[in-house]
Design a protein around this ligand. Structure first.
Ligand code: HEM
Length: 506
């Protein structure tokens, strides 16, 4: 008892001091949050839900439901105008739909990628994820160095050479659809498209054969899990501390590890082939290895960046294109007149030809319109965000330095202000003679950090769609939802279930 009293006498001052320090830190935090609130208060925005968390609760709430947060952001854009403010703890995020500001922010390299967001997904639950890969790297010089090295694998000359692989992979899909048509089974088109685009990226980027249409593989699940983990992590700051999420977090970490160990193995195989003087393709894998520099000077961080880029290209090069294809099939299923017009174009340009050429793609103008309109309503990567490192003006409003800006193609593309009757699927909006949308439609982002794989994705999507429409009739199975599911990227919730029949004209 006496010992306890002695200890208490000794430790009491330390305890009081500690409580005092915590109390002062809390007051400083409150004062700082209040200061940030006041600094940006003149910018309109929805009322804050809480002093500390600001609007964060809305994001975590949407993550738990079937609704997508972007619908709420559209509603707020319509209420609060071309730039409005959201408070997330001590930070301020602006949602920008003003075309001039979108142009200024995205077209210039003065506005770096949003550091807060990218810091959160550098590691995922302690496991390195996209790190300093090309999509997520924030440092301009590091990004510039890697982008320049990657560019040759996306040059139009190199892409032309990929037509063979696009045709070959699409052909495997056609064979599989033929079987499904004969068996009269219902076909989950989203899954089919995922298999095709993953087969393409594995072959074209890494020189690896993955026939997912006929064999099972852990990669689709791993990609889905890692993207889902990224979404939860970035929208709910307490996600990883909630005990009931532990099993999911374990799965996500395993998924990240699978991608990185696969990357390490494929990179080593390629390096060995290079050392043995074998003739290796100048594909994305070769460029990833080149970007890490000379073998003997390679640091641990260089090695990690190779794996960051492996995961980046495996993910970025696959799911967005699969969702574009699935949404396109969904909309064509809902619009028979568009489908008919498109089929006529395919019949005229492609006819009965088995292999589609690069020049054919240029002649498929209506298909280009259909794909553009699909990306307007369903930009699989809904937008991007940038830091605002210095004071600027948006729509006449003073924006103090220190905030970040979200530029969301999903939001502006669905606003009446920019597109009349925005929810109507109308490919004629992108007719070559129609006025070009002015900085309110950018599904591949814009400016220096725009999508490196834009042409790649468009070519691949055209080959798959052209072959599909050349050979098959399809009908959406009735009763399915046309809603979207937000898993970091946007996908059709239903899976786009169709019945398919070989075309009679064949
Ligand atoms: C329909 C398909 C696609 C869409 C809608 C799309 C969209 C986008 C968007 C919006 C960004 C900017 C992301 C951000 O700022 O956070 C981006 C970046 C990027 N995408 Fe895509 N993408 C598609 C397909 C592809 C493909 C097939 C590849 C590779 C084969 C690819 C590789 C990349 C890379 C490397 C970046 C980062 C570019 C940089 O920052 O330098 N994408 N994409």
């Amino acid at each position: 008892m006496a010992v306890c009293a002695l200890l208490l006498r000794w430790f009491a001052p330390v305890l009081y001091l500690l409580l005092f320090v915590i109390f002062v830190a809390f007051l400083v935090l409150c004062a700082y949050i209040k200061y940030i609130h006041m600094k940006y208060e003149h910018i309109p925005g929805p009322p804050r839900r809480s002093f500390f968390f600001g609007h964060l609760g809305v994001f975590s709430e949407y993550t738990k439901t079937d609704r997508i947060i972007y619908d709420k952001l559209i509603e707020w854009s319509e209420t609060y105008g071309p730039v409005y403010r959201l408070n997330i703890l001590h930070t301020v995020v602006l949602c920008v739909t003003c075309p001039e500001a979108t142009k200024e922010i995205l077209m210039s390299s003065k506005y770096p990628k949003d550091r807060n967001f990218h810091k959160r997904i550098f590691y995922m639950f302690g496991e390195r994820f996209l790190g300093n890969g090309l999509v997520t790297v924030v440092d301009h010089d590091l990004w510039y160095k890697h982008r320049r090295i990657m560019d040759p694998a996306f040059s139009s000359l190199y892409l032309r050479g990929l037509m063979g692989t696009f045709n070959e992979r699409a052909e495997i899909l056609m064979e599989r659809l033929s079987e499904e048509a004969q068996n009269q089974t219902e076909v989950p088109m989203l899954h089919m498209m995922n298999c095709v685009t993953m087969g393409v990226i594995a072959k074209v980027a890494f020189g690896v054969e993955l026939d997912l249409l006929n064999n099972s593989s852990p990669f689709p699940k791993a990609i889905e899990l890692s993207l889902l983990g990224m979404t939860y992590l970035s929208r709910d700051i307490f996600f990883e501390y909630k005990p009931w999420n532990r099993a999911f977090i374990k799965e996500v970490k395993e998924a990240c590890r699978l991608l990185r160990t696969t990357g390490a193995q494929w990179i080593n195989d390629r390096k060995r082939a290079m050392q043995n003087g074998e003739n290796v393709p100048k594909d994305i894998l070769t460029q990833i290895i080149k970007s890490a520099g000379e073998e003997e000077n390679m640091s641990k961080e260089d090695e990690e960046i190779m794996l960051d880029n492996f995961s980046t290209f495996f993910i970025a090069g696959q799911d967005t294109t699969a969702y574009l294809l699935a949404f396109c099939i969904m909309e064509l299923g809902r619009h028979p007149e568009t489908l008919e017009k498109l089929r006529q174009e395919i019949d005229e340009v492609i006819g009965m030809k088995r292999d589609i050429s690069y020049d054919d793609l240029g002649n498929l103008t209506y298909l280009t319109q259909v794909l553009k309109e699909t990306l307007r309503l369903y930009p699989s990567a809904p937008g991007t965000s940038r830091d605002i490192p210095f004071d600027m003006k948006i729509n006449g409003l003073h924006i103090p330095a220190g905030a970040s800006a979200m530029c969301l193609s999903f939001v502006s593309s669905r606003m009446e202000k920019f597109f009349k009757d925005p929810l109507k699927f109308d490919p004629d909006r992108f007719h070559p003679d129609a006025p070009k949308p002015y900085y309110c439609y950018y599904p591949f982002a814009l400016g220096p950090r725009c999508c490196l794989g834009m042409n790649f994705a468009q070519m691949e999507a055209k080959v798959v769609m052209a072959k599909l429409l050349q050979r098959f009739d399809f009908t959406l199975v009735p009763g399915q939802s046309f809603d979207l599911r937000d898993t970091g990227t946007l996908r059709p919730k239903s899976g786009v279930i169709c019945t398919v029949r070989e075309r009679q004209t064949q």
